[in-house]
Design a protein around this ligand. Structure first.
Ligand code: ADP
Ligand code: ASP
Ligand code: MG
Length: 417
């Protein structure tokens, strides 16, 4: 008997018919003789609807209250999924994140899982019941309801799978969603994208951080850290899906496995600031204390003065403006400029470690299409270009094409057989 954690995303539980089909998926595993823990997201767009509702009550709702509100979305779906399971003869019990033993830090809206107590889950499984757990939420050590960041139900699922050591008995974490696996790019944006049979944790993590919303980045981190095999599959169609797993030697043969797009970036620039030791520390310490994730950082120096720019999500611009203005006051000189309407296109592949000329190929293709690049960042396995959002879709398609990504899926599938 193996343990499987099965996670169903918002679209997959979007209406009663789909909920019934998800219950069928769970029943199938139970009938095979396995133990199953289910994790569910809020139905359809209900999290967006709740945020919208809050915005009609307050233009700056407190994060604590927003978490309390958003957490209700998942409570609706766990109760319904448990009822659907009971209806088909599978004993089930719905649980909030806190009831399922998930403890987080106290960072509302982007809390991190700090501990999972598996006592309640094990007790339910021992009684022959399927625990149906609210994704995306936990309880802080002081008893506050927290949420894990948009898309965070994936993280709940992988964290539970790690705690239950699913891999030890041949189980895994199944992420059921509205797409039949991980593609070389978002298939909604690049219709020629091909489906990958497998992808390494590192590659998936980079793609997720760079905008591929199919997996929550922290879920991939948990997967890698605790060796949880993650199987991404379509919730309504039988399919082979994609395995997210450890890197294998042949993965290095493929230069690039995926391209991603991150929209709605803004660039914050502090110009004409003193070029002294410690200015970067002061600035980014203030930004970090405001809880803002910084994307790419650029610095230029002109003798005694310097200019530092960084990109952030549009949603963080208001907070970043406050934090950066305070830092400028401390410097006593310099000016703040904010640009909006930027996007980031990235390509990712373990094979970049052993191939040369990857960056040149991407820049040449974008240049030939007349697309200006505002900034470039690279790591061992990724290249990212910041550009105007008006060029984003075309730049994604060009980057996808220049690395032959429409063929990568087929090549992988052929290699597996
Ligand atoms: P869920 O609600 O099931 O968590 P999400 O909407 O969070 O689903 O993630 C699935 C979506 O991710 C897909 O519908 C697809 O448009 C998008 N996506 C982005 N990049 C990729 C990719 N590389 N492969 C597959 N899907 C992707
Ligand atoms: N319901 C949450 C969201 O929409 C969590 C999730 O779907 O994973 O972000
Ligand atoms: Mg998701």
């Amino acid at each position: 008997m193996a343990v499987f954690v099965q996670k169903f995303g918002g679209t997959s539980v979007g209406d009663p018919e789909r909920i019934a089909r998800c219950a069928g998926r769970v029943k199938q595993r139970v009938d095979e003789g396995h133990q199953v823990v289910v994790v569910v997201s809020a139905m359809g767009h209900s999290t967006d609807d709740l945020i919208e509702l809050a915005s009609r009550v307050s233009d700056r709702p407190e994060r604590r209250e927003l978490d309390m509100l958003m957490a209700t979305g998942e409570q609706v779906s766990v109760a319904l999924v448990a009822m659907a399971l009971q209806r088909v003869g599978v004993p089930a019990v719905s649980l909030t994140g806190g009831q399922a033993g998930i403890t987080t830090d106290g960072a509302f809206g982007r809390a991190r899982v700090t501990r999972v107590d598996r006592g309640r889950l094990e007790a339910e499984l021992a009684e022959g019941r399927v625990p149906v757990v609210c994704g995306f939420q936990g309880l802080s050590s002081t008893g506050e309801v927290t949420t894990l960041g948009r898309g965070g139900s994936d993280t709940t699922a992988v964290a539970l799978a790690a705690t239950l050591r699913v891999a030890e008995q041949g189980g895994c974490c199944e992420i059921f969603t509205d797409v039949d696996g991980v593609y070389t790019a978002d298939p909604r944006l690049v219709p020629s994208a091909s489906k990958l049979a497998r992808i390494s944790y590192q590659e998936m993590l980079e793609l997720a951080l760079l905008g591929a919303q199919v997996m929550h980045p922290r879920a991939v981190l948990f997967g890698e850290r605790y060796g949880v095999p993650i199987h991404v599959r379509h919730s309504q169609r039988p399919d082979e899906g994609t395995m997210i797993c450890r890197e294998t030697p042949e993965m290095e043969e493929v230069m690039v496995v995926g391209a991603a797009l991150k929209q709605d970036l803004g660039r914050v620039s502090l110009r004409r600031i003193p070029n002294n030791a410690g200015v970067q520390g002061l600035l980014f310490d203030a930004v970090a204390k405001a809880g803002i994730m910084v994307d790419d950082i650029m610095q230029t120096e002109f003798g005694e003065i310097a200019s530092i720019s960084f990109t952030v999500d549009h949603g963080d611009l208001a907070d970043v403006k406050i934090a950066a203005s305070k830092v400028l006051d401390r410097f006593g000189t310099g000016e703040l400029a904010i640009e909006i309407g930027l996007a980031k296109i990235s390509v990712v592949g373990t094979g970049m470690k052993s191939h040369v000329g990857v960056a040149a190929r991407m820049f040449t293709a974008l240049g030939a299409a007349g697309i200006p690049i505002h900034n470039i960042t690279t790591s061992e396995i990724k290249i990212s270009c910041i550009l105007g959002k008006e060029h984003a879709q075309r730049a994604l398609a060009i980057s996808h094409e220049v690395f032959g990504l429409d063929q990568v899926g087929a090549l992988q599938h052929a290699a597996v057989r």
